[in-house]
Design a protein around this ligand. Structure first.
Ligand SMILES: Nc1ncnc2c1ncn2[C@@H]1O[C@H](COP(=O)(O)OP(=O)(O)OP(=O)(O)O)[C@@H](O)[C@H]1O
Ligand SMILES: [Mg+2]
Length: 268
C-alpha cells in the first residue's frame, strides 16, 4: 500500500529526525508532490529549519490537538511551492497533561487528519525524542515509519527502543503500522565504528535498511544558520544529494513518477 502519512521517529535525540522530515518534505514538494509537514516536537525545530518566524500559538499542532482551533486552520504556507506546515510551539508540552482524560486519546490526531488527508500526496510527521500521548498519536495516525539511526554505538540502543515501541503499538493498537525503513544518518567514512555500524545494519537488517544512507556533512550545520533545507540550497552538497537519492529510492519502491505534473524542479 502506498503510504501517505509517514512518521519520522526515534526516541533517541539528535539522530537526524527533523533534518530528515524537513528535507524529505521539501524534496518531495520540489518534485511536484503536495506535502504537509507536521511538527509534533515542542522544540519546534521544523519552523526554524524553514525560516518561519511567526507566533504560532493559535495555529499550531497544540491548538489542533487540544481543540483550540480546527486542524485546517492550523495549516500554514511554508513559503515553498507545494509545501505546507502545521508548526509546533513550546505549549505542546502541556498537551501531554491536557489530553490525559480524553476518551480514545491515542486516536485524536488520526481523527483530525481525516479532513486534511485528501489535500496532500504525503504528510510527514516529525516526532520528538520521547514517548507520550502526542508521539503515540503521531504513530497511530501514520501509515508507516522512517527511523533515522545515527551511525554510532549508541544508535543501536536507540533502535531497540523504538522497535520495541512499534511492536507494542502493532500488537495492541495498530497491527498494520509498517516500518518503511531504517535510515542510517551522519555516516563518517573516515571513522571505523561508523563503517562497522553501516555494515552491521546492512547485514542484519537487510530489507529494513534503506540502500541510501546520509553522510555527515557540514552543510547541515550551515543550513541551520541559513534556515534553508540543504535539499533546496543553491550550494550543492553531498547531504542534499543523499536526501534526493532517498526520495528516488522511495519513488522507485512505490512506482511513482520522479516529477509530478506541477513539479518545479529540473531532473538531475
Ligand atoms: N547528516 C548530517 N551531518 C551533519 N550534521 C547533521 C546531519 N544530520 C543532522 N545534523 C545535525 O545534527 C543535529 C541534530 O539533527 P536533528 O535536529 O535533525 O536531530 P533530531 O533527531 O531531530 O533531534 P531531536 O531528537 O532533538 O529532535 C542538528 O544540528 C543537525 O543540523
Ligand atoms: Mg528533532
Amino acid at each position: 500500500m502506498l503510504p501517505k502519512i509517514i512518521a519520522i521517529s526515534n526516541q533517541k535525540g539528535g539522530v537526524g529526525k527533523t533534518t530528515t522530515a524537513v528535507n524529505l518534505s521539501a524534496g518531495f514538494a520540489a518534485r511536484g508532490y503536495k506535502v504537509l509537514l507536521i511538527d509534533t516536537d515542542h522544540q519546534a525545530s521544523c519552523s526554524v529549519a524553514l525560516g518561519l518566524k511567526q507566533d504560532f500559538d493559535n495555529k499550531s499542532i497544540y491548538a489542533a490537538l487540544v481543540g483550540l482551533a480546527p486542524i485546517q486552520d492550523c495549516i500554514l504556507a511554508s513559503g515553498y511551492k507545494n509545501l505546507d506546515i502545521i508548526p509546533s510551539t513550546p505549549h505542546l508540552v502541556g498537551a501531554e497533561i491536557e489530553l490525559v482524560n480524553v476518551t480514545e486519546r491515542e486516536y485524536i490526531l488520526t481523527e483530525k487528519l481525516e479532513v486534511v488527508k485528501p489535500l496532500y500526496d504525503f504528510i510527514f510527521i516529525d516526532c520528538p525524542p520521547s514517548l507520550g500521548i502526542v508521539p503515540v498519536n503521531s504513530l497511530m495516525a501514520s501509515d508507516s515509519i522512517i527511523i533515522p539511526l545515527q551511525c554510532e554505538y549508541f544508535g543501536i540502543e536507540g533502535l531497540e527502543l523504538i522497535l520495541g515501541t512499534i511492536r507494542i503499538i502493532q500488537k495492541r493498537l495498530k497491527p498494520e503500522l509498517y516500518v518503511e525503513g531504517v535510515l542510517l544518518t551522519m555516516h563518517d567514512e573516515d571513522n571505523d565504528l561508523s563503517n562497522q555500524i553501516l555494515d552491521l545494519m546492512r547485514t542484519n537488517f537487510e530489507d529494513e535498511v534503506f540502500d541510501t544512507y546520509i553522510p555527515r556533512d557540514p552543510a547541515f550545520i550551515d543550513s541551520t544558520a541559513s534556515q534553508v533545507p540543504v535539499i533546496l540550497s543553491k550550494v550543492p552538497s553531498v547531504g542534499a544529494k543523499a536526501y534526493d537519492r532517498l526520495i528516488l529510492e522511495f519513488l522507485e519502491k512505490y512506482n511513482l513518477n520522479k516529477i509530478k505534473k506541477n513539479g518545479s524542479r529540473k531532473l538531475n
